[in-house]
Design a protein around this ligand. Structure first.
Ligand SMILES: [Zn+2]
Length: 251
C-alpha cells in the first residue's frame, strides 16, 4: 500500500460508523482532502489527541479504496488558545466552514492554505481585535477567489478616487464609487479616508502591519459590517452559480 506524506489543518470532522471519523484537511500541497481516521472515537485511540479540530499536523496516509487512511500524525501547531474564548472559537469555525464550502477537493490551494494558516495564528495569538481578523480573512479570501474589491478607482467610471472629495463603497458592485456615481447603487455606504486606508491595508498587507497602529480602532465596526456584507453577497452568488452548474451537469 502506498504511503503519502502531507501536512495541513483539520477544518472538519464527522463521525463514521461506530468508532471512525472522516477528517477534512486543508493542505498546502494537495488542496482540500478527506481522509479516514480509524478507531478514533475509542478511548486510548493512538492518534486521538493529534486529530483535534483546527490542529496543524504532519500526516502519514495510506492509500485507501475510496478515501486514504491516517496512519500517523504529529502536531506542528495546536492553536490551543483558540478554544479558550467562544468569540475566537466562533471565528475559527466560520473560517473553516467558508474554506470547506468554497475550496474544491481538487483545487490547488497553497495561497488559501497560507491565508488560513496566518488567520488561525492571529486568532490564537489574541493580539488583534477579532473583528479585524475576520475582515482581513474575508477580504483576502475574496481576492484569492478573483473577487478582490476595487479600492482605487470608481467602479462605474474608472476614475481615480479623490480622497479629499466625497466617496463611498458598494458591496453589490464590489468597490468604491466617486461622488458623481454615489447614487448608482442604493447599497452604497459612505466612507472616510481612514476607513478606505484600513480597507486597503487589510487587502495589501499581512495583519502584522496593523499591530502597532491604534488609529484605526474606531473604524473597525463599520469595516466589519462592510466586509461581512461583501462576503455574504459574493458567497450567495458563488453558491448560486455552483448550484446552477450542478443542475446543468445533471442533464
Ligand atoms: Zn465614477
Amino acid at each position: 500500500m502506498a504511503t503519502i506524506k502531507t501536512k495541513g489543518i483539520i477544518i472538519k470532522r464527522i463521525n463514521l460508523g461506530e468508532a471512525d471519523k472522516i477528517l477534512t484537511i486543508l493542505t498546502a500541497d494537495r488542496g482540500k482532502i478527506r481522509v479516514i481516521a480509524k478507531g478514533m472515537r475509542r478511548p486510548n485511540a493512538k492518534l486521538g489527541g493529534f486529530l483535534e479540530l483546527f490542529r496543524y499536523n504532519d500526516y502519514m496516509l495510506a492509500e485507501g479504496r475510496n478515501l486514504d487512511l491516517v496512519t500517523g500524525a504529529s502536531t506542528i501547531e495546536s492553536f490551543r488558545q483558540i478554544s479558550l474564548s467562544l468569540h475566537r472559537l466562533g471565528l475559527a469555525y466560520y473560517v473553516a466552514e467558508l474554506i470547506d464550502k468554497l475550496v474544491e477537493e481538487t483545487q490547488d490551494a497553497d495561497t488559501i492554505f497560507d491565508l488560513t494558516h496566518s488567520v488561525f495564528r492571529e486568532i490564537n495569538q489574541q493580539k488583534l481585535p477579532i473583528d479585524l481578523i475576520k475582515s482581513f480573512f474575508e477580504l483576502n479570501l475574496l481576492s484569492i477567489l478573483g473577487l478582490r474589491p476595487e479600492l482605487d478607482k470608481c467602479i462605474v467610471c474608472n476614475k481615480l478616487i479623490d480622497e479629499q472629495a466625497k466617496f463611498g463603497f458598494s458591496w453589490v458592485l464590489g468597490g468604491v464609487l466617486d461622488g458623481e456615481h454615489l447614487t448608482n447603487d442604493h447599497h452604497v455606504v459612505g466612507l472616510n479616508k481612514n476607513e478606505l486606508d484600513l480597507l486597503r491595508c487589510l487587502v495589501a498587507n499581512p495583519c502584522k502591519s496593523l499591530q502597532m497602529n491604534q488609529s484605526y480602532v474606531d473604524d473597525i465596526p463599520k469595516i466589519t459590517r462592510l466586509t461581512n456584507s461583501l462576503m455574504e453577497y459574493a458567497l450567495e452568488r458563488q453558491l448560486r452559480s455552483r448550484n446552477f452548474l450542478e443542475e446543468v451537469l445533471q442533464f
